[in-house]
Design a protein around this ligand. Structure first.
Ligand SMILES: [Zn+2]
Length: 651
């Protein structure tokens, strides 16, 4: 064998063992799962190619070292791990290999939870022990810890002996609740759950509000369970927490569809999943397939593209927004996340950096999921160069001294700070504001730098001659922009309110304000009490509005807009207000309407759309593959309707 290959294997084993120890024994991950998988796959490939498996290779065992401070627990029945794949080619191969033996095989498709696997033993209906998975044959005794978890039954109806397996998870809603007040925020839900179960103080386990989702029976006496479906039924009947959504598939195509459907809704779940598990449903049939050295041949896990990675923090850029707020932007070593290359991620504010204990040149965890700005979750590991991040004291755009308000730093040089001026104009021009098509940040920068446009009112004095001085501006482009500016003179009240860029007033709030006050004059003269009448408004928003109109500079700019011919339409209640004062929550994929379309229909008819189910919800609009909102709605007894019913309601 070539020495270079052996050397490479030694290196890989060492690196993987290092990360394993941090991850499994210390609950302090120093690498993302996707990176780990890559190293591990590389090692497996070399082992296969050379036929050599080193004595300390992680492939010889599945799992990590046991902390000496925990009592070891030897599993009566080994907990197997699953073969993981991330391509449909491999999945099809696996399905074909099963089908070759039995055309009629049914497959059970369930979520692959991203938490900590636990095994619980019950005798005479009483929970007698709980253990972590460990390396599959020896884990840790966490009986005292799991007893504190609300979704672990202390007694069950079944009086025989039964060993069940589940995943300890921390719901995302619990994680965000915890992090709101925690001195040291938890990096992510998976580590939070693992850290809570593998904690020597059961009180800490209890305080994290974990859950266990059960999905397997590894041993049972006196009762025959014939299939995975029966397993779920048994678990459910004995009041174990089981997931209601699973599917039986009989063809490869059905499995692939299920995987794609789950991919679409996974970001709406209140817990992390990192893939889908596919098992042969029939237990007797499983026995025919048996096991490889490490895996059962009758099951496979399909893993989704990573949404979280660790990468190096190379720098911090402070960004000044239109309100003067400074946002630290992390410049990171580019990573692939959920199908896109990420180079920058937000750190919210300076306090956030301190709370997360992030230093320059650290490796940090970055997360990006659907439609969310990438964010830095916390430190993965320090490097030799790690240095504290300095708090800035002057504005990088205008050089004026910054002011600290709450958790944020502000540049208060509102009317002369170039970045603030440009950002306010960009906001004014944006689609949901005045919709000045063709006026985006690059053009705004030219307008400011070359034509000295410094307020939104200046836009209305621009001439074709002026615009021809800008780079890339020819006849058509000039006409289009001037047309868009002219067209914006006739504007809806809600759009105008949003375009002002008042702190904390987004487009949804702007709509509510327009509806409440009907005319610009009423809105401008509104008092804090009047604004607070609106259901979702509080003092912070109301004060921001009143302060905005107390500022002469703002009033002068608005007067100039009116002088240039801007006219604000009076808010008119649309004649069809069939859904007035009704609140809807959307869940799942609708058959024909997109989320945006459905929201528009509801709002155009006077209804409101909310993102979470509460007692105040009137209807839940149900689509395919709904999230946890459906369950919540059922618990609260809220009326559930489908798309066709919504259409009927507004006919
Ligand atoms: Zn500034």
């Amino acid at each position: 064998m070539e020495d270079t290959k052996l050397q490479k294997m030694k290196e890989l084993v060492e690196i993987i063992n290092y990360h394993n120890y941090n991850y499994y024994s210390l609950d302090n991950p120093t690498i993302s799962d996707a990176e780990w998988d890559k190293l591990y796959d590389e090692l497996l490939a070399l082992e296969k190619e050379t036929g050599v498996v080193l004595e300390n290779s992680p492939s010889k065992r599945v799992g990590g070292e046991i902390l000496s401070s925990f009592k070891k627990y030897t599993h009566e029945v080994n907990l197997y791990s699953l073969e993981k794949c991330n391509t449909f080619e491999r999945l099809r191969e696996w399905v074909d290999s099963i089908k070759k033996q039995n055309q009629k095989t049914e497959f059970f498709v369930e979520y692959k939870y991203d938490g900590l696997t636990v095994s619980l033993t019950y005798e005479n209906g009483i929970l007698v022990s709980g253990a972590t998975r460990g390396n599959g044959s020896v884990g840790e005794d966490v009986t005292a810890q799991v007893k504190t978890i609300r979704t672990v039954p202390l007694t069950i109806d079944y009086k025989g002996k039964v060993i069940v397996q589940g995943e300890a998870i921390m719901k995302l809603s619990e994680l965000s609740k915890y992090n709101k007040t925690a001195d040291e925020p938890l990096k992510n839900a998976r580590n939070a759950a693992a850290g809570a179960v593998r904690n020597l103080d059961p009180k800490i386990t209890a305080s994290r509000n974990l859950d266990v989702i059960f999905y397997s029976i590894n041993y049972i006496d006196n009762t025959e369970i014939k299939s995975q479906v029966e397993m779920y039924e048994f678990l459910k009947n004995n009041k174990f927490n089981v997931e209601k959504k699973w599917q039986l598939c009989s063809t490869y195509e059905e499995i692939e569809n299920a995987i794609n459907d789950i991919d679409n809704i996974k970001s709406s779940l209140d817990f992390l999943i990192d893939g889908v598990v596919i098992k042969v449903n029939d237990i007797a049939e499983r026995k025919l397939f048996g096991y490889t050295a490490k895996f059962p041949k009758w099951a496979i896990a399909y893993k989704y593209a990573a949404e979280e990675m660790s990468t190096k923090l190379n720098g911090i850029t402070w960004q000044v927004g239109r309100t003067g707020k400074m946002t630290p932007i992390a410049e990171i070593e580019p990573v692939e996340l959920a199908g896109a290359t990420i180079k920058r991620a937000t750190l919210n504010n300076y306090n956030d950096i301190l709370r997360k204990k992030i230093k320059l040149y650290d490796y940090v965890f970055v997360r990006r999921s659907n439609e969310v700005i990438p964010e830095i979750l916390g430190v993965a590991r320090e490097t030799a160069e790690s240095t504290p991040i300095q708090k800035i004291d002057t504005c990088p755009s205008c050089g004026s001294k910054l002011v600290e308000i709450g958790a944020n730093l502000f540049c208060v040089n509102t009317y002369h700070c170039p970045e603030q001026i440009k950002d306010r104009i960009t906001h004014y021009a944006s689609r949901d504001a005045m919709n000045l098509v063709g006026l985006r940040d690059k053009t705004v920068a030219q307008l400011y730098e070359i034509l000295h446009v410094s307020t939104v009112a200046d836009l209305y004095n621009l001439t074709a001659d002026d615009l021809s001085k800008l780079e890339g501006f020819k006849d058509k482009k000039i006409t289009n922009l001037l047309d868009a500016i002219e067209k914006s003179k006739d504007v809806e009240l809600s759009q105008f309110i949003y375009s002002l860029g008042i702190p904390n007033i987004g487009k949804k709030s702007a709509k509510l304000l327009a509806k409440e006050f009907k005319t610009y004059e009423n809105f401008k003269n509104a008092k804090i009490e009047d604004i607070n009448n609106i259901f979702t408004f509080g003092d912070v928003m109301s004060e921001a509005i009143v302060e905005y109109f107390e500022n002469d500079n703002n009033l002068q700019i608005i007067q100039k807009l009116f002088d240039s011919g801007v006219k604000i339409k009076e808010y008119v209640q649309k004649s069809t207000q069939k859904l007035s004062s009704m609140t809807f929550v959307l869940t799942g994929t609708l058959p024909t309407l997109s989320r945006e379309d459905a929201t528009k229909i509801i709002e155009d008819n006077g209804g409101q759309v909310s993102s979470s189910v509460s007692k105040k919800t009137d209807f839940v609009l149900l689509g395919e593959n709904p999230g946890s909102k459906l369950q919540k709605a059922q618990e609260l007894g809220i009326k559930i309707i489908i798309e066709a019913e919504l259409k009927k309601m507004v006919e």
